[in-house]
Design a protein around this ligand. Structure first.
Ligand code: GLY
Length: 323
């Protein structure tokens, strides 16, 4: 993308392409970066074909869809996050509410659901037939599905049957999550992240998406970054914050991204034979955008207020092992 301050720009993970035009419309009308990122992420949360975010997300080990989300206002350095939230289709809106009306940053589980209910958010069924079929196929195999009796006992018995080797049951392919970063005409940068997390995760597992500094960080003075992929890695390396810190130290955007990706190589990991995919999208203070991935095939999307449609770009490839 051309260098020089961008009046309005949005960048996101590839699956955010369904949401970018809505964000751009808000920026064109003079709206805020915060409104733009929330509008974009809500559309991804509603995309039933996306099995890593919102409704339609692949459930946890127990067949429950648990959602995580976070938002950061890079001008106030304010943030809100929710984790392991069931029944509410737009966790990004709940995260924003946490940021705006509480002295807290993160609410999880039943407390977050209580907060959502208290603020009038509408519950919904998040488990689509397709996602449930995938859960039954992978977790039950040809075995017996839970019965019709006591739901808790059924779930508990299932849990106990699979628990010995449960890490092998973690879904092999799906590391959904959506990232959207926007810069508005005043130069405010906001960043929003939403996910249903790692398919068949342990109930209550949080990845990087709701953790400020790991999967999401924004500071309008320097830039912003957000991650998708195996969140445990971004938590351990504080990846989103690292990118912004490298920008603060004066690195150009692509070098900041590369350096944060190379940092991941130091992580000692007994689970490394499983998919270790990490992706970061980032924006500098001027609105220049770039993204990096451990996978050579990964892409990202961006759109400016002058563009009719989002544009796809390849990410900088930074393999986990030095080649
Ligand atoms: N990056 C999303 C997660 O690990 O849950």
């Amino acid at each position: 993308m051309a260098r020089g301050a961008q009046v309005g720009v949005v960048v996101g993970s590839y699956n955010a392409r369904v949401g970018l035009p809505a964000a751009i419309e808000i920026l064109r009308a003079g709206g805020s970066a915060l409104d733009a990122v929330v509008a974009a992420v809500k559309l991804v949360e509603d995309d039933l074909t996306d099995h890593g975010v919102g409704t339609g997300g692949i459930p946890n080990l127990l067949g429950q869809v648990e959602l995580d989300a976070s938002i950061m206002d890079g001008t106030a350095l304010a943030a809100g996050a929710v984790g392991a939230v069931k029944h509410y289709p737009h966790p990004i809106e709940i995260a924003r509410k946490v940021m705006e009306v509480t002295p807290h940053v993160m609410l999880v589980g039943e407390g977050a659901e209580l907060f959502a209910r208290y603020h009038g958010f509408e519950p919904a069924n998040l488990l689509t037939e397709e996602a449930e079929r995938e859960w039954r196929r992978c977790i039950h195999g040809d075995g017996e599905a839970p019965g019709e009796g006591n739901a808790w006992e059924d779930q508990y018995n299932l849990y106990m049957r699979v628990v010995k080797d449960w890490t092998k049951l973690l879904h092999k392919e799906i590391f959904g999550t959506t990232n959207v970063i926007a810069r508005d005409r005043e130069g405010n940068i906001a960043c929003a992240v939403s996910t249903s997390g790692w398919g068949f995760k342990w109930p209550g597992r949080l990845g990087d998406s709701p953790i400020i500094g790991a999967g999401n960080y924004a500071d309008s003075r320097f830039g912003a970054a957000a991650c998708t992929g195996r969140g445990e890695m971004a938590i351990r390396a504080a990846s989103a914050h690292s990118v912004v810190m490298y920008l603060r130290q004066g690195m150009p955007l692509e070098e900041a991204l590369r350096t944060a990706m190379v940092d991941l190589r130091a992580l000692v990991d007994p689970f490394a034979e499983r998919d270790n995919v990490m992706n970061i999208v980032a924006m500098d203070r001027e609105g220049n955008v770039a993204a990096a991935s451990t996978s050579a095939a990964a892409r990202f999307v961006f759109q400016t207020t002058e563009m009719d449609d989002p544009e796809e770009r390849p990410r900088i490839h930074v393999p986990l092992r030095e080649e």
